[in-house]
Write a protein that binds this ligand. Structure first.
Ligand code: AMP
Length: 591
């Protein structure tokens, strides 16, 4: 990286960054002191995320401040103050209690970007049940698989999602005792076997006392994907609020009076950690936009709502960039003070472009479902090196390591050497386990470090640069997708004998999902069959995570132990060197 391209942090800001002296903060920071910034439940009965996010503001000067402003698809606006949010979440907690949903029970929400999502999440946490958001673009199969793993007692969704995705599989969700439906038109729903959200809320009391909550009690389940097997259900505890609050201050530079917009889908971890918890605990106003991405709409929202802090993702930034700076110039975007991005590699050009276009660069940061909060970030007070993910936050100790054949790790101290990104265990938002998969959880930790599965390098100044993933997991439009889940659905098609999927680089989505399929004897490859198999995958998985491309192959490259060599499929697709193919099952490929 040459020095011309470094974007200097400017100190003539009217608002000084919360974290001004990085080195000093790293020396003095400790998580126990950070915990002291939380109120704790009244009567010293523990630490509950919902109390820190909402109720504590209601007993202070923010009681009448706007907590959420929801912008409907058709420009309807709904505002919620902290006091109103406390009331509604109390109502929801009482609804859960009336339905006998108890401490530790799972509550799934498939709601898209609706205010009811916030109410349900906070009410669930107050009831000390465990909240799990589901991506609304999932098809029936990913929903069924996740319910089977986490065995939730209750599901809240919209009437239309229910009709399209849940009703057809209702019989295969036996753990779900209650389904609550939010009607889009505010008319009571009367679908058999379901409850109407608005009637339940109306009938429930607005008074609720949060029971004793241990910081270690489970609060959230977030699904993520690995290369093999079923999706992984990462469990997060109430104590994670400490990290989300602090990283909101440090990495997103949230200040009193900010209007904050996190565009992440609430079905994934960013949508809760930084769409709900970080902004509410920091007492800022959050904008929620129900609609899908649209360049002009987004700029209009920033202008009209005077958004000051904007947290979004590289796919969206690339789409804004493609639309051109001229579109941005038609709007008054001068309210923007801090821009941050997460989820996939952020191209250096996008950082430079945003600096030119908005007068502020996007500050890339890195974390993952398992870490529960931002770990590495370009901070407001530090210069931005386009292409770098930034530096570890105070309280986070990162390292580049190499896995040894004996299972141990070696820390690589020299700069600019590629290795696996590892984090020393012990920050509050670290996941506490994968549900029903102790072994997989255990394998993530070696010698006191959590191994992230990402490859990276560290430069001479301590900045981290993303290199790639160690495994075959795919990032498409910011969504992490496990190849195994997709391959399993392709295999359901009667003509498919074998299937392997890879992430194929794409200028907008980062990667798209490409499938390679070997057919059963008697089935002939052709465009009709390709369309049919892709259509089957889209129906079962949902369009967002279904393969976009499909090639027929005679057979798939496999290791001698029978594993599909997706790395080889990818190298062949991209015309890259095939690397080490000593484990390739040659017999099978030459037959
Ligand atoms: P998820 O668990 O869905 O949040 O996905 C986490 C993964 O997304 C990480 O392990 C990385 O592979 C990728 N990721 C997240 N943030 C970044 C970033 N700033 N740059 C590159 N990759 C990222």
């Amino acid at each position: 990286m040459n020095h011309e391209s470094i974007i200097k942090s400017h100190h003539e800001r009217t608002v000084l960054p919360n974290l001004l002296d990085y080195e000093q903060a790293c020396r003095h920071f400790n998580w126990a002191e950070a915990l002291d910034e939380m109120n704790g439940l009244p009567g010293r009965t523990g630490l509950n995320i919902a109390f820190e996010a909402v109720d504590r503001h209601v007993i202070g000067p923010r009681r009448d401040q706007l907590a959420l402003r929801w912008l409907g698809r058709n420009d309807e606006v709904r505002d919620y103050t902290f006091t109103q949010l406390r009331g509604l979440s109390n109502h929801f907690a009482n609804v859960l209690r009336s339905l006998d949903i108890r401490e530790g029970d799972g509550v799934f929400a498939m709601l898209g970007r609706l205010p009811e999502l916030y109410v349900a999440a906070l009410g669930t946490l107050k009831n000390r049940s465990v909240f799990c958001p589901l991506y609304a673009a999932f098809g029936p199969e990913p929903i069924r698989a996740r319910v089977e793993i986490a065995q939730p007692r209750l599901l809240i969704t919209t009437e239309s999602l229910y009709r399209r995705k849940i009703a057809p599989i209702r019989d295969s969700l036996p753990s779900v005792r209650h389904i609550i439906l939010v009607s889009e038109d505010h008319q009571p729903t009367s679908m058999p076997g379901t409850h109407d959200y608005h009637s339940l809320i109306y009938d429930a009391s607005g008074q609720f006392t949060i029971g004793p909550t241990n910081g270690e009690d489970p609060a959230f389940i977030h699904f993520t994907s690995g290369t093999t097997g079923r999706p992984k259900a990462a469990v997060h505890a109430h104590e994670s609020v400490v990290a989300q609050y602090i990283t909101g201050r440090y990495a997103l530079d949230l200040h009193d009076g900010d209007i904050y917009w996190c565009t992440a889908d609430p079905g994934w971890v960013t949508g809760t950690a930084y769409g709900i918890i970080a902004p509410l605990t920091n007492g800022v106003t959050t904008i929620i936009d129900e609609a899908e991405f649209n360049v002009e709409r987004w700029y209009r929202i920033i202008e009209e709502q005077k958004v000051s802090v904007w947290y979004t993702a590289p796919t969206a930034i690339r789409m804004l960039m493609r639309a051109g700076s001229e579109v941005a110039q038609r709007y008054d975007l001068s309210s923007l003070r801090f821009l941050a991005s997460v989820g996939e590699p952020l191209n250096p050009e996008a950082v430079v472009w945003s600096h030119r276009t908005f007068g502020e660069p996007f500050h890339d940061n890195w974390w993952q479902t398992e870490t529960g909060g931002i770990m590495i970030a370009n901070l407001a007070a530090l210069d931005v090196h386009p292409g770098s993910m930034g530096k570890p936050l105070p309280g986070v100790e990162a390292a580049i390591v190499e896995r040894k054949p004996d299972g141990s790790i070696q820390i690589i101290n020299e700069p600019n050497v590629e290795g696996e990104l590892a984090l020393r265990s012990g920050w509050p938002s670290m996941f506490r386990g994968y549900l029903n998969d102790e072994e997989r959880y255990r394998q993530c930790f070696v010698d006191g470090y959590y191994l992230t599965g990402d490859l990276a390098r560290r430069d001479e100044e301590g900045g981290y640069w993303f290199v790639g993933r160690r495994d075959d997991v795919i990032k498409t439009s910011g969504h992490l997708v496990g190849p195994f889940e997709i391959e399993s659905v392709l295999l359901e098609h009667p003509a498919v004998a074998e299937a392997g999927v890879i992430g194929k680089p794409d200028p907008l989505a980062g990667e798209i999902i490409k499938a390679f399929v070997a057919l059963k004897p008697g089935s002939e490859p052709g465009d009709n069959l390709r369309r049919e198999i892709l259509g089957h995958a889209r129906t079962r998985l949902g369009a967002a995570i279904a393969p976009k491309e499909l090639d027929f192959v005679a057979e798939l490259p496999r290791t001698r132990s029978g594993k599909i060599m997706r790395r080889l499929l990818r190298a062949r697709e991209l015309g890259l060197p095939e690397g080490d193919i000593s484990t390739l099952e040659t017999q099978a490929t030459t037959d």
